[in-house]
Design a protein around this ligand. Structure first.
Ligand SMILES: [Zn+2]
Length: 351
């Protein structure tokens, strides 16, 4: 089968032919139909994650995966209801199934978690084996190239916004800031409308084309923050919304300068959910965090429940997509385009 693999950190993917993998009795062999490309693919190639987990090469990248059931392992329970040819998405975090996080459904933060696309098997290959419990069936009316990004770009901000909602940070008379309108942010503004309880949604980014997407997908106001001081951005928020500061923030970028800006705009009792990982370290003043009783939420990808909800919303036609489709043999070209910030929406590979 075709597979795109990283053999040495810091070098392009090698597009090669490798054997179709075997499956364990509790696994399903998925024939990949589409796989999204994520900024974290670039970071994986560049070695960003090595100080946290030094994954041995070769690595098959691609963690936003959808496809069809090709073969079913012998002990996959019949009650799971899978049949060959079913359309499925791959839930990303594969836990051990026995720790306290797995037992309440948060297998994506299991200490023994495995990730497709961060090891031997990934979506930039024609087949991969998946434990049956980490597959979710998808409605056949949904396009594969739209399903793929829902497993990360369309999932991660959903969980982050649920955290803000559950913390009581959203609702009428609240202003929510969505920072960074890349692959994730274009979904975040849509979920802000679905989950926001009537909150006013302000999208903030440095790129006019990306802000136009945010406006089209339901942001009440958009603010281009490029080369503007925090005071100037604060004035624009005040002018647009009638209030100073942001009651809730979902940060889809995680870039240090933007995080410093965002924290300076966070209201008294504000909640900040970060799902972006562009940077690795921030330097922010402590006193306002304490005296204004602000809360920071780390929010990582999503669990099976979150993904099931996203796939159901998609089946109801409630999610819009900005997709750039490309082919397997263009993988390295698109990695460079993503690195340069040239992709509006999500780049998705099909064979
Ligand atoms: Zn576990």
């Amino acid at each position: 089968m075709k597979a795109a693999r990283l053999h040495e950190y810091g070098t392009p993917l090698v597009l090669e032919d490798v054997p179709v993998p075997d499956i364990q009795p509790d696994e399903i062999l998925v024939q990949v139909k589409a796989a999204g490309m994520c900024r974290s693919d670039v970071q994986l190639i560049d070695g960003y994650f090595r100080k946290y987990a030094d994954i041995p090469t070769p690595i098959t990248l691609g963690h936003e995966i959808t496809g069809v059931v090709y073969a079913i392992g012998a002990v996959v329970p019949k009650v799971a209801g899978f049949q060959e040819g079913d359309h499925v998405v791959v839930a990303p975090g594969w836990g051990d199934g026995v720790c306290r996080h797995c037992l309440i459904g948060n297998s994506h933060i299991c200490p023994n978690v495995r990730w497709p696309g961060f090891g031997p098997y990934g979506g930039f290959a024609e087949f991969l084996p998946v434990p049956a419990r980490y597959l979710i069936k998808a409605d056949r009316s949904l396009k594969f190239e739209e399903l793929a990004p829902l497993t990360d770009a369309g999932l991660t901000p959903y969980r982050g916004l649920k955290k803000l909602r559950d913390a009581g940070a959203l609702g009428p008379n609240r202003v929510l800031g969505v920072f960074g309108i890349g692959g994730l942010g274009a979904y975040a503004v849509q979920y802000a409308r679905i989950l926001g309880g009537g909150a006013t949604v302000v999208a903030l980014a440095r790129n006019a084309a990306k802000l136009a997407v945010a406006k089209e997908y339901g942001a009440d106001h958009v603010i281009n923050v490029k080369d503007k001081s925090a005071a100037d951005v604060g004035k624009e928020i005040s002018k647009a919304t009638g209030q100073n500061g942001l009651d809730a923030i979902i940060d889809c970028a995680g870039a240090p300068e933007m995080m410093q800006l965002a924290f300076s705009l966070l209201s008294i009792s504000g909640h900040y959910a970060d799902v972006g990982l562009v940077g690795d370290r921030i330097d922010i003043p402590l006193f306002p965090r304490v005296s204004r009783e602000q809360t920071f939420h780390g929010s990582y990808w999503g669990n099976n429940t979150d993904l099931s909800e996203v796939i159901a919303l998609a089946a109801q036609g409630k999610i819009r997509h900005t997709i750039q489709n490309f082919k397997f043999n263009q993988l390295n070209e698109y990695i460079e385009r993503l690195r340069a910030g040239d992709i509006v929406g999500r780049a998705v590979m099909t064979f």
